[in-house]
Every structure is written in structure tokens, then in C-alpha cells.
Ligand binder design. Structure first.
Ligand code: AHR
Length: 514
């Protein structure tokens, strides 16, 4: 049956591929919501080699660093204009006690990271190091507080330690530890995955936990963080429902998590490389399910919060594969191919359409963990295809959404479902340029695309494409630039553009106004 399906799939793709020109209309005459830069956020957890080795090498390391934070990673991340980093977890957040991570490093306690590999956590990277890291990359903080194993007082005092601007004992302690001015804490999460690793709670029980903890989260005026409740995952809506209906403390957002598994099966998720066309397609199909999951949770919020004050924070998303052979399974280290870049771009295009209610999204995770933008090996570093997708999409940050109508587009069948062959998104950037992204989901066939622009006179055009020479093309430490953005030829026709979009590719076009 499976063989038959694959044969049918192959012949279908072959007949679908060549013929059509995909036509689309970019409606610059119908500007919509602002695409928040926070949709391009990152998530960095104390997990595997994400923080230790990936970000923190220590001041005495032979790897060039600034106050212990590796310079090559900072240089790479700065180019992504990362708006926000969520830290310290993840599951780690609900067993993290912030006082372990302040003061002289040689006196900090050593704990066990019980979630991730049962390894020693020496707390060398704590609050001061985190803020140094995000200041070096020009980003903002999204702190995930411990609502699972710490009391409300501990959480409230962490916020006070970070934000106090007077002469309290905690402010003095922060100053004694080297930081005079309070830090800005724009976002604070109350626990993580409280349905699972964060405490195995029910939605109703957690809603009261949230009410209790959030009541005591106070900061000086002008530095009051947006408070984010821990919500559901995947297709779930019951956490959003419960929290939207029964929260009495201030709540600015509800988190949601969604991971793309090629097979959809947690015990055999699929490989990061070396997969076939069918798994390529199921990966993209599973990725696009987030569109419905967001819509369903938005409908719940629209019922309880019609003015749109409470946002969805998709603060963990990305691919999750079987661990790389030979790596520690608890470290969640995986390669990253052009498929991951396509997954990222599909997510971005979906996120843009949900910009009204989706206030933040954070890819899991920044370095060496899951769908990382950067991988390291000792002193070596590489930028993954996902990195390049993020970099190409920078102009979408804080841009104004404009709709794209697909006039004609063939579909690709995946088992008993259909995927559009291309995904497109457009916006007017803060620079005034029109930004158009196009993703060719087809694993093996290029496609001709014609885009007509309404309400925008075309000036100069700059287009880059990310493709690679196979569906699992990826960068290695020996060949770190195998998958890199390259210029794409575009033909201008009246007030439209045409191009041949390579198979399995992501293109971003910047069009200046005439
Ligand atoms: O990102 C890895 C883990 O996935 C996070 O710690 C947890 O929140 C989620 O289950």
C-alpha cells in the first residue's frame, strides 16, 4: 500500500509540475495589520549544548569571547536583528532557582539538569550573563519564571532583583553583583508547559496558580513586563478557553507550543537528513497545521476578549527530529537542512496572517538544539539554512501586512490532503519597500510564478533565493556555505514580476517604490 502510494505520489508530482504558471496578486492597496518584530523571536534553554558551548564558553576559553560569551555566535546572531530571547526554559524554567545563578561563579551551586541529559548545571550562566548576552546581540528579555517548583515569593523577588530602581536589599545585591541600572524586562512568563513538565496541572488548577503568582509580579512603572500565562500545545484550545474565561490577575498573553514532527509520531519522529520525498511532504503538511491551531485559539480569544488585548505567544515552535546518531539523546541536537528553511518560511508566512492576535513567536532553539539557527563544534560555527531564512525575512519585522491573492496555484497531494504548491506573503516594510516572499513546496520541480502588484509602482528589484541542490541540502563544519542565499533572476512585466522559482526553495524580493 505504501509503495503504491509513493508511486502514485511520484507520478502525480511529475504530471503536476511542469505545465502551470502560478499567478498571484499582491494587494498593496489593502494594507492590514502590523507584523510585529516579536514574531521573529528566539528561545534559548539550558539544554544540551544550547547555552553551554553554544553561547557561554567562559572567560578563560581559547574560543574568542566577550566576558565568556562567544564572539562568533554574537556576530552571527546580530545580523538576524533578534527582537527577543526567551530564557531559561522550557522545562528547565520550572526547576530553575534564580539565586543559584548570581554572585561569584566559583561559589554558585551545582545542580542536576533533570530534564535534559541528567548533566551537571554549574550555573555559570545566570541572570547577569543572560542580560549581557542579549545586550551584545541587541535583543530584549522574555524571562520564563518558575511556577512549578518555586513559590510566588521567589518569582516576585527575581523580578524585583532585575527591575528595582531604588535602594532595596535586592537592588543592592544586584549592584554588588555588578549591575547598577535595572534591566528592562518587557516580557515575563509564569511557568512553562504546566500541563506536563511544568507541574502536570489541569487548566483549571493552573488558572488559579497563574492568578496567584501574577498578583505578586510587580515592577516599577515603565518597566512592568507583559505577563504571559502558560497555555496549551498543538490542536488544544482548552487552556486558552480556561485562561481567557477565568483569569482575574492581569494577563497580556497566553503561550502556545507547536513542534513539527515529520512522521507525527514522538517515538519515531523522522530524521533531520536522509529522508525521502514523502517525508518532505508530510513535514510541510504537519508544519502548516499551525494555521488552524492558531485560528481555533484566536476564535476562543475573540469570544472572551473581543478587543484583542490578550495575545497568543507561540513561544516554542520548530522541527523536532530523532537525535543525531551518536549524540546524547537528551541534548536534542539535530542537523538542519533546506527543509528546515522551508518550514521556517512557511511558518513566517502563516504568522503574518495571524498578526492581529499572534503577539510573539520564538523558534526552538537558538544554538545547537532542535531547529537551531547556529550550530557549533568546539571553535567551529555554521549558519544553518534556517538562519538564512531568518536573515532573508528581516525586512518583514514591523512591516505592514498586505494580502496576496493566489489567482491560480496547483496543489500537491500528501496522502489524503492537498498542499498549495507555493506559499506567499507580502508587506510594506518600514523602509517603504514592498517585500514579497515565495516558497516553492515542491520537492523536485521548479515553478514559474507571475506576481501582479496592485497599489505599488515598481522601482528597483532585489531578489535572493535559498535552495540547495537536494531536499536535505545542509551546511557542515567542513562546508559551511553549501546552502546560502543567491541572487534570483526576475523579469519585470508591466506592473508585475515573473520568475522561475527553484524546487524546494525560499525567495524574498525587495521592491522599491518608483
Ligand atoms: O524545546 C524543548 C522542550 O520542548 C522545552 O523545554 C519544553 O517546553 C518543550 O516540551
Amino acid at each position: 500500500m505504501k509503495v503504491l502510494h509513493i508511486v502514485m505520489l511520484a507520478s502525480f508530482l511529475a504530471t503536476q509540475a511542469s505545465a502551470d504558471v502560478i499567478e498571484l496578486t499582491v494587494r498593496a492597496d489593502q494594507p492590514g495589520d502590523r507584523i510585529s518584530r516579536y514574531l521573529y523571536g528566539q528561545f534559548a534553554e539550558h539544554l544540551g549544548r544550547g547555552i553551554y558551548e553554544g553561547v557561554w564558553v567562559g572567560e578563560d576559553s581559547a574560543i574568542p569571547n566577550t566576558r565568556g560569551i562567544r564572539n562568533d555566535v554574537i556576530d552571527a546572531l546580530k545580523q538576524l536583528h533578534i527582537p527577543v530571547v526567551r530564557w531559561p526554559g522550557g522545562c528547565f524554567a520550572d526547576e530553575y532557582h534564580w539565586r543559584d545563578g548570581i554572585g561569584p561563579r566559583d561559589q554558585r551551586p551545582v545542580r542536576i539538569n533533570t530534564h535534559w541529559g541528567w548533566v551537571e548545571e554549574d550555573n555559570a550562566f545566570g541572570t547577569h550573563e543572560f542580560f549581557d548576552f542579549i545586550e551584545q546581540i541587541g535583543s530584549e528579555a522574555y524571562i520564563a519564571g518558575n511556577a512549578g517548583s518555586g513559590p510566588p515569593r521567589e518569582m516576585a523577588q527575581w523580578l524585583e532583583y532585575m527591575t528595582a530602581d531604588n535602594d532595596t536589599t535586592l537592588a543592592r545585591l544586584r549592584r554588588a553583583n555588578g549591575r547598577d541600572e535595572p534591566w528592562k524586562v518587557p516580557f515575563f512568563g509564569v511557568g512553562n508547559e504546566s500541563w506536563g513538565c511544568g507541574g502536570n496541572m489541569t487548566p483549571a488548577y493552573y488558572a488559579d496558580v497563574y492568578n496567584r503568582y501574577a498578583t505578586f509580579l510587580k515592577a516599577p512603572s515603565g518597566n512592568q513586563p507583559k505577563l504571559v500565562a502558560s497555555g496549551g500545545s498543538g490542536e488544544q484550545t482548552e487552556w486558552t478557553e480556561e485562561l481567557a474565561a477565568n483569569t482575574r490577575a492581569r494577563m497580556d498573553g497566553i503561550s502556545h507550543h507547536y513542534y513539527t514532527l515529520p512522521t507525527g509520531n514522538w517515538s519515531a519522529k523522522g530524521r533531520a537528513t536522509g529522508f525521502g520525498e514523502e517525508e518532505w511532504l508530510t513535514t510541510l503538511r504537519n508544519t502548516m497545521r499551525i494555521d488552524d491551531y492558531l485560528s481555533h485559539n484566536e476564535a476562543v480569544l475573540d469570544k472572551h476578549d473581543p478587543d484583542g488585548n490578550v495575545g497568543i505567544y507561540l513561544d516554542e515552535w520548530g522541527t523536532w527530529y530523532d537525535a543525531e546518531p551518536g549524540s546524547n539523546a537528551g541534548f536534542l541536537y539535530q542537523q538542519n537542512s533546506i527543509r528546515d528553511a522551508v518550514v521556517a518560511a512557511l511558518n513566517f508566512n502563516i504568522f503574518h496572517r495571524h498578526a492581529r492576535r499572534l503577539h510573539m513567536a520564538n523558534i526552538a532553539q537558538t544554538v545547537n538544539v532542535l531547529q537551531a539557527v547556529v550550530l557549533t563544534d568546539g571553535p567551529k560555527i555554521l549558519r544553518t539554512p534556517t538562519y538564512h531564512a531568518f536573515e532573508m525575512y528581516v525586512p518583514f519585522q514591523d512591516a505592514t501586512f498586505v494580502p496576496v491573492d493566489l489567482v491560480s496555484s496547483p496543489e500537491i497531494r500528501v496522502q489524503d490532503e492537498a498542499l498549495p504548491q507555493i506559499s506567499a506573503s507580502a508587506a510594506i516594510a518600514e523602509s517603504g519597500e514592498l517585500i514579497l516572499s515565495l516558497v516553492n513546496l515542491h520537492p523536485s520541480e521548479p515553478v514559474k510564478v507571475r506576481a501582479d502588484l496592485w497599489g505599488f509602482e515598481i522601482g528597483s528589484i532585489d531578489t535572493r533565493v535559498l535552495a540547495g541542490d537536494s531536499i536535505d541540502a545542509h551546511n557542515t563544519f567542513d562546508n559551511p556555505d553549501a546552502v546560502m542565499p543567491a541572487p534570483l533572476a526576475v523579469v519585470r512585466k508591466s506592473n508585475g514580476v515573473s520568475m522561475l522559482l527553484p524546487a524546494h526553495s525560499v525567495a524574498v524580493m525587495k521592491i522599491s517604490a518608483e
